[in-house]
Design a protein around this ligand. Structure first.
Ligand SMILES: Nc1ncnc2c1ncn2[C@@H]1O[C@H](COP(=O)(O)OS(=O)(=O)O)[C@@H](OP(=O)(O)O)[C@H]1O
Ligand SMILES: [Mg+2]
Ligand SMILES: [Mg+2]
Ligand SMILES: [Mg+2]
Length: 358
């Protein structure tokens, strides 16, 4: 049986280095925000983080395929020149303060031209065969721009099954026992040792968290979802953006379950990490538009981390997320994540509320 120790080590270090880049964008640069064709934002931080992660994966696993969110199109040609130069300066200038860790990642990229080609190595169509990495260089880009939560996300799938998942959440508290809160603001995130956490999981080996570091990896702690005696005591989290998840439906579901605590709205896969460590209990993501298909990079790492921490993750029908169908989760609508023993109860409430809307 493959241990995935090397894959996990590379994934953790690659996410840690890319997270460092996003933090420096937050503090010292204009974000260089562009609007993509679907009107969603992308920043120099997204491009830079994607370049650094892919470069580390190619160095270690040259034959693996990569499905990544961003493409270099907008950085090519004369029009993209200024943005390209800024991204290149960032990528060149971001190193972990640990020579051995940098060596594992293969060190610096060669040139700005090669950086563009590296970003575009994330164009795999995905599928059900072989080793495929899924990258979301910044998940919750809107949260990132607001100073709220965001996550750098990386997962390895083998024959369509998620085997390794890593989330870098620079604005979440290090402590697993801290109560669940929304965005904390970028200044607080720099209080040394208090903020910044990496979540990880390997299939069959449990889920872990560790403090983010600018150097090598910190010590890991095992994490579990919190035992929930009464579903009515649950805290649930949902998207900040009302356009990404129906907050009205979530409130109706919560009320059916007797939940009285207000929801915690939090950007990105930080929601998966938070419930996996017991800082919240449920994650409800309820479709707003019939035609939206979820992307695999928005869920692959979080799905494994929650399941390895004792949770169950499905769509609103109660079906497992299917990562085998390409770049999107085209057979799933929405996401419901909950501790294993209460998950079916939550799905019942979800079905009742959604059926009432038809
Ligand atoms: N209409 C719609 N429905 C559902 N999801 C959508 C939709 N539009 C975008 N997205 C994706 O949502 C990702 C952001 O994650 P969250 O929704 O958890 O965060 S947020 O609270 O809404 O910011 C976000 O990921 P990033 O683009 O990486 O930020 C998108 O992939
Ligand atoms: Mg995006
Ligand atoms: Mg995303
Ligand atoms: Mg993204």
């Amino acid at each position: 049986m493959t241990s995935y120790d090397h894959e996990l080590n590379v994934a953790l270090l690659a996410v840690q280095r890319a997270t460092l880049l996003t933090k420096s964008v937050f503090h010292s640069h204009a974000k260089g925000t562009l609007n993509k064709s679907d009107a969603s934002p992308v920043t120099i931080g997204d491009f830079g983080a994607q370049a650094l992660i892919i470069s580390a994966l190619q160095h270690n696993f040259p034959d693996d395929e990569i499905v990544a969110e961003e493409e270099a199109k907008d950085l090519r040609g004369d029009e993209g020149k200024t943005t390209r130069e800024t991204v290149w300066d960032l990528v060149k200038g971001t190193k972990l303060e640990d020579g051995k860790a940098e060596e594992v990642l293969g060190g610096a990229l060669k040139s700005d031209e090669s950086m563009l080609d590296i970003i575009d190595k994330g164009a795999s169509q995905g599928g059900s065969k072989g080793r495929i990495w899924a990258i979301d260089p910044i998940d919750g880009t809107k949260g990132f721009l607001r100073g709220g939560q965001y996550a750098v996300c990386l997962a390895l799938m083998v024959d369509g099954d998620v085997k390794v998942g890593v989330l870098g959440c620079p604005n979440l508290p290090v402590s697993d026992s801290e109560p669940l809160e929304e965005g904390i603001g970028a200044d607080a995130s720099d209080e040394e040792g208090k903020f910044g956490v990496l979540f990880s999981a390997v299939q069959g080996k449990g889920a872990h968290s560790r403090a983010f570091s600018k150097a090598g990896l910190q010590e890991a702690h095992s994490i579990q979802m919190s035992p929930l005696k009464n579903i009515s005591d649950a805290t649930f989290c949902e998207s900040v953006e009302a356009g990404h998840s129906s907050q009205g439906d979530a409130a109706a579901i919560a009320s059916k379950l007797g939940i009285t605590k207000p929801s915690v709205r939090m950007d990105s896969q930080a929601k998966y990490g938070s419930i996996a460590r017991g800082a919240g209990d449920l994650y409800l993501r309820l479709p707003v538009r019939k035609d939206y298909v979820e992307k695999i990079w928005d869920h692959a790492a979080g799905d494994l981390i929650v399941r390895e921490a004792g949770g169950m993750v499905t769509d609103v029908e109660g079906n497992r997320l299917n990562f085998r169908l390409g770049r999107t989760l085209k057979e799933n609508k929405g996401v419901i994540a909950a501790p294993k023993d209460v998950h079916s109860k939550v799905i019942e409430a979800v079905k009742e509320v959604l059926a009432g809307k038809q």
